[in-house]
Design a protein around this ligand. Sequence first.
Ligand SMILES: Nc1nc2c(ncn2[C@@H]2O[C@H](COP(=O)(O)OP(=O)(O)O)[C@@H](O)[C@H]2O)c(=O)[nH]1
Ligand SMILES: [Mg+2]
Length: 639
Amino acid sequence: MYEYPFVIGTAGHIDHGKTAVVKALSGVDCDRLSEEKRRGMTIELGFAPLTLPCGKTISIVDVPGHEKFIRQMVAGAAGVDAVMLVVAADDGVMPQTREHLEILSLLGIKNGLTVINKIDLVDEEMLEMARDDVLSLISGTFLAKGPIVNVSAETGEGIRELSAAIQDMVEKSGQKNREGPFFLPVDRAFHISGFGTVITGTAIKGTVSVDDEVEILPASVVSKVRSVQVHKEPVEKAYAGQRVALNLAGISLECVKRGDVVAAKNRFSATECMNVEVKALPSLQEPIEHWQRLRLHVGTSDVVARISLLDRGRILPGESSVAQLLTEEPLTACRNVHFILRSYSPLTTVAGGRILMPLGDRPRNKLEKNSLAQFLNIISGDITSREQLRALIDFKKIITDAEAAAFLELGPAEFERDLASLDQKGHVGILKAGARYILSLNKMKELSEKLACELDIFHKAHPERKGMDPEEVSRCLSLNDPRFSRELMRLFERLSWFFIDEDRIRLKDFEPFDESVFMRNVTALKELMRKAAYAMPTVNEAAEKLNIDAKEMNRILVYLKERRELVIVGEGFMLSDELENDFEKKLSGIDGSIALAEVRDLTGSSRKYVLPLLEYFDTKGITRRVGDKRIFLNKNRKK
Ligand SMILES: Nc1nc2c(ncn2[C@@H]2O[C@H](COP(=O)(O)OP(=O)(O)O)[C@@H](O)[C@H]2O)c(=O)[nH]1
Ligand SMILES: [Mg+2]
């Protein structure tokens, strides 16, 4: 038997003939099957294989009772590809018909058809009335685009047409995405003697093969797949969308129950806080309030949860909103799975929704709450996986590749493709320090701005050092792993934001100060001035002669001025303290006044140098100009 991964669920008011239609189509009586369920793993509660005219065999799921419908639909929703809504021609649309359709819409079911059954019981006029009833019911819903087929399960009339309509629907639907890690909510677990523990469920993600290691969650117990069955047939491999039975090695029946999940090892975790999108039923009487206690049906589990609203106080009927669900016991879920929220008294469905991220964190303050709401609003939209990855990185600021892939439940190939594309566009930074970390552009800017400020202070305090080492970078950026800091430094250099020299990072325009070179230049300059004596060199002449750049020259001047070993006189002449002392000594021998020409002869120099020297001495109050002569003022001046 060729098992095609397509599941149709039945829906409709009690006694409208759902089970009878399934039997007419498939030959299987699901009501009788449920009585026989204890007989073995090959018998599935409510599931019947349906062979289509083309030869493909799909699955059809039929559930007895209204309460069970809700549970079963939620459990199977992720695996249900289409729905068959049955309406009895003699009864018309009834309350449960409406409620089922509402729930199916909330569960995100997109495909389906409507069956008007029991046409053997009505005349043309009644059939026409039932049809009008159905048309107004389905208008505006996902069923509106599907066919309406008239049948009698009793006489078999129209069953061939129904089969053809189902085949048409199967052919139009694309193949289910088999990428990503295996995920299967357990709907039954039982023991077969000589066989061991068997679980059944609808695989909603990935594939599973004989000998695969799997994890039972939330308990996190590891097991191995001994055998796989799809309907009655043993297979090597089962796919998302198929009804699967797994024989698990070394697992006792206490380890696994309905509501658990069997999944690829180490890919999913138990959660008590999920980020979700919620849609309140339009027919709701009361709004859904923040912190309301509700019953959450997701996968095959059913737990009590509080709803925490992030960007509003209540959800009005018909409104959608992002939110967190805080469950009172751990459960395991995967992304994009739909759920139902029901109130207690009366026990009614109030909302449905979709899991955006199964592992959520409670925001610690208003700011975090806003940024979480903003992030969830982005990823709840219809965007590509690359845009989702970017939104996640922007939200988390720094995240490891493993965390990001796990959050988005992406396979390695998909993930690497998306990440490479973001990297190429410069939207993220990637560095490897043990794990591979991904940084948002904003986070990188924030860190580099902080580092630039700290480096500015650092360079002033340590002009002789080449820059900060990784430990110092860690300290000033509050990063606790110097390995991470070293790689961050390298990332910043690759982006040309900073400069690295021998594992030291510095601002791009900073030149580290080398003391030995500096002192050599100071000595050379002093030597130059000594040799020149009264033919004092200007700053520019000295710099040119000694081949010192302007910045360094300036540094030397500041150094010498501070130590009172140099002053600049006249138009940039460099006067050393030695020369100044010599000049003062020469002048101190004078009694009375002295003319410029005499000073010139005294120093063996020229007017060009002597004039600025005297003017400088005038300003210091050592000499005073009287007419065209100078008098020496203070013979006993102490230095
Ligand atoms: N006359 C007539 N009776 C039907 C037809 N389909 C179902 N029934 C009867 O309607 C009753 C309820 O059918 P069932 O399939 O159990 O309804 P379900 O509750 O929707 O699964 C049964 O007694 C069936 O024999 C039909 O096409 N014609
Ligand atoms: Mg039934």
